[in-house]
Design a protein around this ligand. Structure first.
Ligand SMILES: [Fe+2]
Length: 187
């Protein structure tokens, strides 16, 4: 179901004030700063939206709709329902992508924030060689890794953010030609 622009904006706004661990940004700023990095890197619309929405599984309306799921899987369900399978896979994999990078990029772990290092253990630690080769073989793995790097860079309270209008414009282009009949807001 394609969301109305107002419904998507409300979902992003519902991230405002939600803490992001011990980071100095809230979840809305984190989302829009991840999107800013995606745009700067030349991401296409669906990849940019996957970047903005990678933690949407923490938004209250999404938690309510998919209760009990880890945030990356609830976010993936949201993306599959309202955006597309590619974005859904990328969002589902943004936590495994961190485990992949720790295992394969020697400098990556050294650049993680203290909070991200702490969460790595809960997330399963570095991937094994077998896990890393299976992850790297997926056609969208490079995109999941890019989102992960933008995610890691999006913790600056003084840093730039993508305007919400750019998010809504990207969504409108991705959904052009889809069924806009159901315009009910989710909230
Ligand atoms: Fe994130």
């Amino acid at each position: 179901m394609t969301l109305s622009a107002a419904a998507l904006a409300a979902i992003v706004d519902s991230l405002a004030g939600l803490p992001y661990g011990k980071e100095a940004v809230d979840q809305r700023t984190h989302a829009l700063q991840t999107g800013w990095h995606a745009k700067r890197a030349g991401a296409d619309d669906e990849l940019l939206l996957a970047a903005v929405l990678h933690d949407v599984g923490k938004a209250r309306p999404v938690v309510a709709q998919w209760p009990g799921l880890p945030h990356e899987l609830a976010g993936a369900e949201f993306a599959r329902a309202h955006l597309g399978e590619r974005a859904g896979w990328i969002i589902a994999q943004h936590v495994p992508a961190k485990r992949y990078l720790v295992a394969t990029d020697p400098g990556y772990a050294a650049r993680l924030s203290a909070g991200s290092v702490a969460s790595l253990r809960r997330q399963g630690g570095p991937m094994s060689d077998e896990e890393a080769s299976a992850f790297g073989a997926h056609p969208n793995s490079a995109e999941a890794v890019m989102v992960r790097r933008w995610d890691d860079a999006a913790k600056d309270p003084y840093g730039p953010v993508l305007p919400i209008a750019d998010v809504l414009d990207a969504y409108g282009r991705v959904c052009t030609g889809r069924d806009f009949a159901d315009q009910r807001p989710l909230l």
